[in-house]
Design a protein around this ligand. Structure first.
Ligand code: G
Ligand code: G
Ligand code: MN
Ligand code: NA
Length: 254
């Protein structure tokens, strides 16, 4: 398709860039950021990933695209690592199934960390429940290989997929991210409130960190905190922004 040729060219011309959305703790302190890819198309302007990630997955362009995002994130981790004020920050990177299943994935991630002198402990990979539907043994092996070097894992969009609770127990996860669709109406929809409370209790009993996504109001934040949530992401704390804007939020004098 037209868009496919455009995307191929866009990758070659460095039109893909990464924005960062803040992730904060229970005291609203910045603990890290999620890397979210953007495409600055020369004619169409900024294109959001929802409009090209599916195409990238179909065509295999997700492999070079994913590698570009990973390199950008590792470069940023190395920069933050140089400064005591930012050395604690982590970056979460979304990983597509096709990327994760490619034979060289583990080596590619470790090589990229090493090449950019980024600390593996500061990198989190976000997997989705649909990715877990594949070969579970293979998934665990890959995760363990990366975890052995310090890389962390989050289960993204939690609650929207089909992952069974036995998977959740077997996988070496560090964190689950409550999907924003449950957070949106958590104050008005008793079902969403029950789901969110259940996810938080489950995470606690499995000793998993939780990040609630799509937090837009102090009311939602209050509910989440009341039920033990300790990590938050959403417009209340900040939209995805270029890294310069995130740095300015950290230190307004810089
Ligand atoms: O950023 P946005 O606000 O529009 O993201 C839309 C979707 O695109 C999300 O589901 C997100 O997980 C996905 N996405 C964003 N960046 C990346 C990326 O670098 N790799 C993959 N695989 N998905 C991404
Ligand atoms: O699917 P994933 O969770 O990786 O992607 C996060 C998506 O959610 C991105 O598209 C991001 O722009 C969007 N997002 C982040 N915070 C908020 C928020 O507070 N409200 C809404 N509506 N969307 C958000
Ligand atoms: Mn995500
Ligand atoms: Na999500």
């Amino acid at each position: 398709s037209n868009l496919e040729a455009d995307l191929r060219q866009g990758l070659a011309r460095n039109e893909l860039l990464v924005h960062y959305q803040p992730v904060v703790d229970h005291q609203a302190r910045l603990v890290g950021a999620e890397a979210l890819v953007r495409w600055r198309h020369p004619q169409r302007g900024m294109i959001s990933p929802g409009d090209f990630i599916p195409l990238a997955e179909q065509t295999g362009l997700i492999l070079p695209l994913g590698q570009t995002v990973l390199e950008t994130a590792c470069r940023q981790l190395q920069r933050w690592g140089q400064d005591a004020a930012t050395a604690h920050l982590s970056i979460s990177v979304n990983v597509s199934a096709r990327q994760f299943r490619q034979p060289g994935f583990v080596a590619e991630v470790l090589d990229t960390l090493k090449a950019h002198r980024a600390e593996p402990q500061r990198l989190k990979l976000e997997l989705t429940e649909s990715l877990l539907l594949g070969d579970i043994e293979d998934t665990i092996v890959r995760m363990e290989q990366l975890k052995a070097q310090g890389v962390g894992f989050a289960l993204d969009d939690f609650g929207t997929g089909y992952s069974s609770l036995s998977y959740l127990k077997r996988l070496p996860l560090d964190q689950i991210k409550i999907d924003q669709s449950f957070v949106r109406d958590v104050l008005s929809d008793p079902n969403d409130a029950a789901i969110v409370r259940t996810i938080l209790a489950l995470a606690k009993s499995l000793d998993l960190q939780v990040v609630a996504e799509g937090v837009e109001t102090t009311g939602q934040l209050g509910f989440l905190r009341l039920h033990g949530c300790e990590g938050f992401q959403g417009y209340l704390f900040g939209r995805p922004v270029p890294v310069e804007e995130l740095d300015a939020m950290l230190d307004p004098t810089r």
